[in-house]
Write a protein that binds this ligand. Structure first.
Ligand code: ACM
Length: 541
């Protein structure tokens, strides 16, 4: 069985198989011990086999698994050879070996994704095969919005496992928004005491008349975050935290009213927002706000070792700044042209602040307005234009256009799609997404770090709804992010669907509540809960 997803660069099938037995050993060479530990753990759980640790590669002869580095290979590249001597996975780094181990798991059959054996007397075998493989992009991301609906820690760890199974390696953690602040900040405790919950929640799109009349909330303690980051690192996933500013900040202002535009509104009357949309309540452009968020980011840097730190920067409504005498005075004092200048002053401040601490700022494509500091990178979400402009200006960019890879958008045009939002984006549409804009020269295209799928959770009230929107489309997205485009051009969707037939069984074993190809199951529907579908195809660019 070599229905591997995402598709490897090359697969050459042999004719026999390697059987795992009670005598099989797993040998992990220098600097691959972490993968060896992970692989033995997941395979022992699923198979019930002892899979003892081998002391040398020869211990794996015939029926074992060997892991080692091969310095000739690229950092995430791997080679998997399954033949009469056993299975050998070699990688250019431990990450490469880890991706090879994920491929081996797929070769062993869907039940290997279970956490306990279904029976003790079945055989476990990997077909003889030689696989050579490496990712197309170094940034293969998933953004999860835990602000609109909180996902408890176990759910996040589960998503990290699901990402790893699909060879995705950047978890963009959207931790703050108008509707909730989800990370403990020791020096500003009210961010979570007040900011992490709301009294009630809109059920459906903002135009829906329905409410869930119960408190919703939750946050990650700093130890929870340390655990999540370490769990991700064990799976060769980088966690990029997002603290959204200067817009999408109502939860922070509700906790600390002095952060808002107090000369024109009574910010002490604000609460964490219970509706969807873009709040008009944005941060005041004061030194106090800068110092407050420097304190937030100091703790964030202590928790998240990633090179990139996301500062949001999207959808900052400027109305309060237009009306606020204090904001207008600030524009004059700073010599800025207008309110857009204030936005870029905010972002520029944190770009410099992060770079002085050896990190790099990344933000949504609005941060390009008014010019962007050198070294900063862009998440291009309003189509491809931000990505093109960023790459042409020499900025690194991650392509995540909303018309293509926003997984909150509905996956079918049918009437029983739950709370339908946006354009119809089918499994095939996501599969056919091409992250690199053809307008770019090859030098400009070198600024494309990669791509990510974004999961905004306004209408995803629980883990089953997140699964439904995310899967199976994340499997198609993983192939976009990992697998080279066939030369020339078009991806073969029929061939992908053939592999998906097996992949659905892996998702079943993993307990993923995906959307079945035939449409939502009765309990996956939300009859009578209004969404906001957009008719017609999405714009091309
Ligand atoms: C976004 O969707 N507002 C980045």
């Amino acid at each position: 069985m070599t229905e591997v997803i995402p598709a490897p660069r090359s697969v050459v099938a042999g004719s026999g198989e390697v059987r795992l037995t009670a005598h099989s050993q797993v040998y992990a060479g220098t600097e691959t011990e972490g993968v060896g530990h992970w692989l033995r753990t997941v395979l022992r759980q699923a198979t019930g086999l002892p899979l003892r640790e081998g002391r040398e590669l020869d211990d794996t002869e015939g029926d074992g698994i060997g892991l080692q580095l091969d310095p000739e290979l690229g950092p995430e590249e791997y080679r998997l050879v399954s033949d009469w001597t056993g299975v050998l996975i070699e990688g250019g780094s431990e990450a490469g070996v880890f991706w090879g181990a994920q491929t081996l798991r797929q070769l062993l059959g869907p039940d290997v994704y279970r956490r306990a054996p279904l029976s003790r007397d079945r055989t476990w075998a990997a077909p003889h095969v030689t696989i050579e493989d490496a990712p197309r992009f170094r940034w293969r991301g998933l953004m999860l919005d835990v602000a609109r609906h909180f996902m408890p820690k176990d759910g996040v760890l589960r998503y990290l496992d699901l990402m790893a199974a699909h060879k995705l390696n950047v978890f963009h953690f959207h931790l703050t928004d108008d509707q909730g602040w989800r990370v403990e900040i020791r020096r500003h405790p009210r961010l979570t005491e007040t900011g992490s919950w709301r009294a009630r929640t809109k059920f459906g799109h903002r135009a829906s008349p329905l409410w869930v009349e119960k408190p919703h909330g939750g946050y990650y303690t700093q130890d929870d975050i340390r655990e999540i980051v370490a769990y991700a690192a064990d799976r060769h996933i980088t966690v990029v935290p997002e603290i959204d500013l200067p817009g999408h900040s109502q939860a922070a202002i509700a906790a600390y009213p002095e952060l808002g535009n107090t000369d024109i509104i009574d910010t002490t009357a604000l609460s964490v927002w219970d509706n969807w949309g873009i709040s008009a309540n944005v941060l005041a452009p004061t030194d106090n706000t800068l110092r407050f968020y420097e304190g937030v980011f100091e703790e964030i840097l202590g928790l998240f070792p990633s090179e990139f730190v996301h500062v949001g920067g999207d959808e900052c409504l400027k109305d309060q700044w237009r009306r606020s005498p204090a904001a207008q005075a600030r524009i004059k004092e700073l010599g800025l042209a207008d309110e857009d200048g204030l936005q870029s002053w905010f972002i520029g401040h944190f770009a410099k602040w992060l770079s002085a601490r050896g990190r790099r700022l990344i933000g949504w494509d609005e941060i390009l307005d008014g010019g962007l500091a050198e070294g900063a990178a862009v998440s291009s979400w309003r189509g491809y234009q931000g990505g093109i402009a960023a790459a042409r200006a020499g900025h690194d960019v991650v392509l995540c256009p909303e018309q293509r890879v926003y997984l909150d958008h509905r996956q079918d045009g049918g009437a029983d799609e739950p709370v339908p939002i946006g354009y119809v984006r089918t499994l095939e549409d996501v599969y056919r997404f091409e992250p690199v804009p053809p307008e770019l020269t090859s030098q400009e295209a070198g600024h494309v770090l990669g791509t990510q799928a974004n999961v905004w959770t306004e209408v995803m009230e629980d883990h089953a709804r997140v699964d439904y929107q995310t899967f199976p489309r994340l499997a198609a997205f993983a192939e976009v992010a990992w697998s080279a485009l066939p030369a020339p051009g078009e991806r073969d969707f029929a061939e992908f669907e053939r592999r998906m037939a097996v992949h659905y069984r892996r998702l079943d074993a993993l307990g993923v509540a995906y959307r079945p190809p035939t449409g939502p199951l009765p309990w996956q529907q939300r009859p009578g809960v209004p969404g906001r579908p957009i008719e017609g195809p999405p714009p091309n660019r």
